[in-house]
Each structure stands twice: as structure tokens, then as C-alpha cells.
Design a protein around this ligand. Structure first.
Ligand SMILES: Cc1ncc(COP(=O)(O)O)c(C=O)c1O
Length: 374
């Protein structure tokens, strides 16, 4: 099976650990285990539990406590409608593995997490791309979606909130997508790995799984909960879908790490504290980024409504990869080139970490923009 290289992951692997100012990061400032346990006020008890934990495979499809924590993120989801995966990346891959046959039509937005179109393509699906455009606030065009669905449509792939643009589809908009999917009985997978990080209100926009019986939510502990190192994700969907996925999951996963599962359960038990911490980071920092964009004549963007990243349009005649490599070499600042996301002419920036680091990185980026534009 041939598959296209995963642009953003290759880029991150190349530079993430040897740049000075990482403005490419998409997690909200990852926590240490100590920080997590301090939030619980039960560090000794939890450490004792881990020390005594037998290193068996544990609960194959996720421990009851973790499943309960995941269930609490949705309105109408029962424990049988959840399975635990190796990150949201595992959740998305398993969905494709379970659903896609050669010749199926799959519709995916772009830009998005590349799994959503490159895996179906590799399975021989007939993939249609819905290009998200800044002039539509990076929201998909519903008429275009209507024109792409046909009787072979197996799956519609969306990402809400969207990486890289930070665009957010509200419940009313999602319902319109559901209506279109229903006309051809298609599944919708919504990658909701940034759900909980809206810049207003509770932070949690309605999940697709609470709107549609063929809606599938993929999520994880990585971004909204700042614990990517646990490598815990999940799928929430209909019982039939979860059964189908679990038959495939037996071939790829067995179970997730027991310590990971346990700590993810602890984190979700204390989710309010983590969300409070993370809302402060994203909601304060978007103001810093917004003020910078306002004063930067060579940059425009659609202000993100959620998530941790923004997609910057730069008005300099230079391919995005060359721009990012030169920026890294001269200023030590890492961004993600649009090319790695199959959208030339843009740069992805992450803004969900220390405000001081963000300001320093943005100043360096301004210096670079001045240098290359004259
Ligand atoms: C939209 C989206 N989905 C899924 C993932 C994978 O996340 P994880 O496997 O850490 O949960 C990422 C990571 O960047 C992402 O941005």
C-alpha cells in the first residue's frame, strides 16, 4: 500500500527538538506529572497506586474510570459507545481501517490533519477535498459539500475546532452538515482533539456524536488536557460502530498503557482545573497574537475562535518551506510551513504556551519579516 508522507509530522520530527523558539507547537503547554498530581491534592496516594500496579495489559478497551471521564465530555454517550485508542491519531486511523473500502467516496476538508484524506486515498477511496478559504472564515461551503455527496459516500471528515485555522463550526452549522450526510447515510468523523478550547463560553462546542447516530467523535488527552505524553485518545460513536472498530483494534492496539490509562482517568476526574488553566493560556495569548498581527503589515489572518493554532497569510514572495527553514536558521523560530499542510502561502503558528516565549518568538519573527522584505 502506498501512502503520501505525513507532511506536518515529518516537519515536526525534523525540527521540534532543536529549535530555540517553538512556535509550531499545537498542545496547550504540556504539564508535568507532578503538576497534574498537585491539581488532585493526592500525589502520594496516586504514586502509591502506580507503584503497586501490576503491568498486565489491564482493561483492554479502557478502564471504567477513564471511560467514565470520557463519557463526561458528551451529552448522550453511553460507556458501550466509547473505545480507548493510542491518541487521536490512533482513533482516526482505526476509523479509516474499520470503514473504508476501495471505491468508497470520502470527503475531507483541507487544511486539516492529513490522516483524514491521505489514509482513505491509500485505501483506494475516491477522495474529494473541500477547500477551506479565508474569505469564508475557513468554514466549509455547504453547497460544495452537497455537490460532492453521492450514493457511494461512506465518510465525511471534518475537524472542529480546526487545526490549523482555529475555525469553529457551531451547533447550527454542524446540523446542516448532518442533514447533508443523512441524505446518503454517510458517517461523519469529526476530529475533536481541540474541543474544549473555544475562546468564549464553556469552551465546548457540541460534539458530532451528540447530533447524529452516524457521527463519530475522535478526541484525546493531548491538546485540551495538555498530556500528549500519555498517548491516550478515544472514539465515541454508535455501539455498532464501536463494535466494528474494536474488531479492527484487536489487530493494532490490544490495550493502551496501564499507567497512561490511569493518569488520563485522573486528569479527566479533575478536568475543570485543567480546562481553567488552559482557557487562561489560550484566551490571554490570542490577544498577544492578535495585537501582533494587527501591527505586522506583511501578515494577515482569520482570527481563530478556538484551539491553539492560527493560519497566517504572509505577503512575501517566498515558498513557505524556504521561509520556515530560513527563519529557523537565522532566528531559531519554528513555524509550520503551509506546504506541510498542503496549503502553500500560509504559515501555521501555535500560541498556547508561556506568554513570554510567545512574545519573544513573535519579536524574532518580526525581525525576520523586516529582513526578508527589504
Ligand atoms: C487535528 C488533530 N488530530 C489528531 C492529532 C493527533 O493527536 P494525538 O494522537 O496526540 O491525540 C493531532 C495532533 O497534532 C491533531 O492536530
Amino acid at each position: 500500500m502506498k501512502i503520501k508522507d505525513f507532511g506536518v509530522e515529518i516537519w515536526m520530527n525534523l525540527y521540534e527538538n532543536n529549535c530555540k523558539h517553538n512556535l509550531a507547537e499545537s498542545c496547550v503547554d504540556s504539564m508535568t506529572v507532578e503538576e497534574l498530581l498537585e491539581m488532585t491534592g493526592r500525589t502520594d496516594e496516586i504514586m502509591h497506586h502506580i507503584l503497586k500496579m501490576q503491568m498486565s495489559y489491564g482493561d483492554i478497551e479502557g478502564s471504567p474510570k477513564l471511560i467514565e471521564g470520557i463519557q463526561s465530555l458528551y451529552k448522550h454517550v453511553q460507556p458501550e459507545q466509547i473505545t480507548v485508542t493510542h491518541g487521536a491519531i490512533g482513533a482516526n486511523a482505526l476509523t479509516m481501517f474499520a470503514l473504508i473500502e476501495p471505491g468508497d467516496r470520502v470527503i475531507s476538508v483541507l487544511p486539516t490533519y492529513q490522516q483524514h484524506y491521505s489514509i482513505p486515498e491509500a485505501y483506494g477511496a475516491d477522495v474529494k477535498i473541500l477547500q477551506l478559504k479565508p474569505e469564508n472564515d475557513f468554514l466549509l461551503d455547504l453547497d460544495e459539500l452537497k455537490s460532492y455527496v453521492n450514493d457511494n459516500t461512506k465518510l465525511i471528515c471534518i475537524n472542529n475546532p480546526n487545526n490549523p485555522t482555529g475555525a469553529l463550526m457551531d451547533e447550527a452549522f454542524l446540523k446542516k452538515i448532518v442533514e447533508i450526510a443523512k441524505t446518503v447515510d454517510a458517517y461523519i468523523i469529526c476530529d475533536e482533539v481541540y474541543r474544549g478550547l473555544d475562546h468564549e463560553g464553556s469552551g465546548f462546542t457540541t460534539s458530532i456524536v451528540d447530533l447524529y447516530d452516524k457521527g463519530i467523535s475522535s478526541g484525546s488527552i493531548s491538546k485540551t488536557f495538555s498530556l500528549a505524553g500519555l498517548r491516550i485518545g478515544w472514539l465515541a460513536g454508535s455501539e455498532e460502530f464501536i463494535e466494528l472498530v474494536n474488531r479492527r483494534r484487536d489487530y493494532t492496539t490490544i490495550s493502551c498503557g496501564r499507567i497512561d490509562d490511569y493518569l488520563a482517568g485522573v486528569a479527566l476526574e479533575h478536568k475543570e482545573k485543567i480546562i481553567k488553566r488552559n482557557h487562561k493560556i489560550v484566551r490571554d495569548n490570542i490577544k498577544i497574537l492578535d495585537a501582533w498581527v494587527e501591527n505586522e503589515p506583511l501578515i494577515t489572518y482569520v482570527k481563530p475562535k478556538s484551539g491553539t493554532t492560527a493560519f497566517l497569510k504572509y505577503n512575501i514572495d517566498m515558498p513557505s518551506e524556504e521561509f520556515c527553514v530560513k527563519l529557523l536558521e537565522s532566528k531559531g523560530v519554528m513555524l509550520v510551513p503551509g506546504k506541510a499542510l498542503d496549503m502553500e502561502g500560509f504559515l501555521r503558528i501555535g500560541y498556547a504556551f508561556s506568554p513570554l516565549d510567545l512574545k519573544v518568538g513573535l519579536n524574532k519573527l518580526s525581525e525576520f519579516l523586516k529582513e526578508v522584505s527589504c
